[in-house]
Design a protein around this ligand. Structure first.
Ligand SMILES: C[S@@+](CC[C@H](N)C(=O)[O-])C[C@H]1O[C@@H](n2cnc3c(N)ncnc32)[C@H](O)[C@@H]1O
Length: 276
């Protein structure tokens, strides 16, 4: 069995009490040498964006050559947008944290809290020092203003209720706090490069992990941020750095560098700040 804490942070003024553990049955008896569960059989092809895919791929979070390889590359790029903590113990809330791939990149001094609905992913995040919170990112079980930083990495394009997610980002942030995000634009180029072709390339996203119906134009995202009191400070496109991808194709070991580009046509990233 895997136990995941449901609410490690207290609302201001609330009395201390032990968090309620959420118990989920372990799915796979076989494990790798580092304890990561292996799938019992080849993954079935699920409907686009089906949440069950994260159970099928639970063994793959920390495999840098596996189906989540690109998430490792993006975590490193995302980290460049993170500020240092204002004081030791400041809270960074990582929404849709998955297996905790941000953990090696979070600046020292932050308390790294990860929110996800997938218990197997959270269990792996916890092994990397992330405080796990099981819940829906559209209704996060954490108190208002608890976070100095919110991370929203490769999540926006997976949620059905985007206004609710953006509302939660704003609610969790302290005045003056920042959120960093990366996601996928709703363009033909994004569908071609990241879905139709990208899903078939080494290091590309797993088959059917994305539903292009949920891809988000930067203008819509900025309007939602603004409506919730968040100002876009910085925004740019991200693309694979071709020479490092060629090295990855050759050895399947060298991490691929994601380089910044002015074009927001496919992957894009940015940072917003809540007004003081
Ligand atoms: C593509 S993965 C990204 C994981 C991580 N942010 C990273 O970049 O490595 C998307 C994650 O969001 C989670 N997720 C998607 N929708 C969610 C929701 N509504 N509530 C909580 N978690 C969600 C999934 O379980 C999955 O772990």
């Amino acid at each position: 069995m895997v136990q995941v804490r449901s609410a490690p942070l207290r609302a201001p003024g609330a009395t201390a009490s032990a968090p309620e553990p959420v118990t989920v049955p372990a799915r796979a008896p076989r494990r790798t040498s580092v304890g990561v569960p292996l799938p019992l059989a080849a993954s079935p092809l699920r409907a686009r964006n089906a949440p069950e895919q994260y159970d099928d791929l639970a063994h793959a979070w920390w495999d840098e050559q596996g189906p989540f390889a690109a998430l490792h590359w993006l975590a490193a790029a995302r980290a460049e947008l993170l500020p240092a903590p204002s004081a030791p113990g400041a809270t960074l809330v990582d929404l849709g944290c998955g297996g905790g791939l941000m953990a090696p990149h979070v600046p020292a001094g932050f308390r790294h809290v990860g929110v996800d609905r997938n218990a197997a992913a959270l269990a792996q995040a916890a092994e990397r020092g992330v405080e796990p919170v099981q819940g829906d990112v559209a209704a996060v079980p954490l108190p208002d203003g608890c976070a100095e930083v919110v991370v929203v990495g490769e999540l926006i394009e997976h949620v059905e209720d985007l206004p609710a997610l953006v509302g939660e980002v704003a609610r969790l942030l302290q005045p003056g706090g920042v959120a960093v995000y990366d996601t996928i634009n709703a363009t033909f180029w994004a569908r071609l490069s990241l879905v139709w072709v990208g899903e078939r390339l080494p290091g590309g996203p797993p088959r059917n992990i994305h539903d292009p119906r949920l891809f988000v134009p930067p203008r819509r995202l900025a309007a939602l941020f603004n409506a919730h009191g968040l100002e876009v400070e910085e925004q740019f496109g991200l693309r694979v750095h071709a020479p490092s991808y060629l090295r990855f194709l050759r050895d399947r070991a060298t991490p691929v560098h994601m380089e910044r580009t002015r074009s927001l046509a496919a992957l894009y990233a940015g940072r917003v700040r809540r007004a003081r």
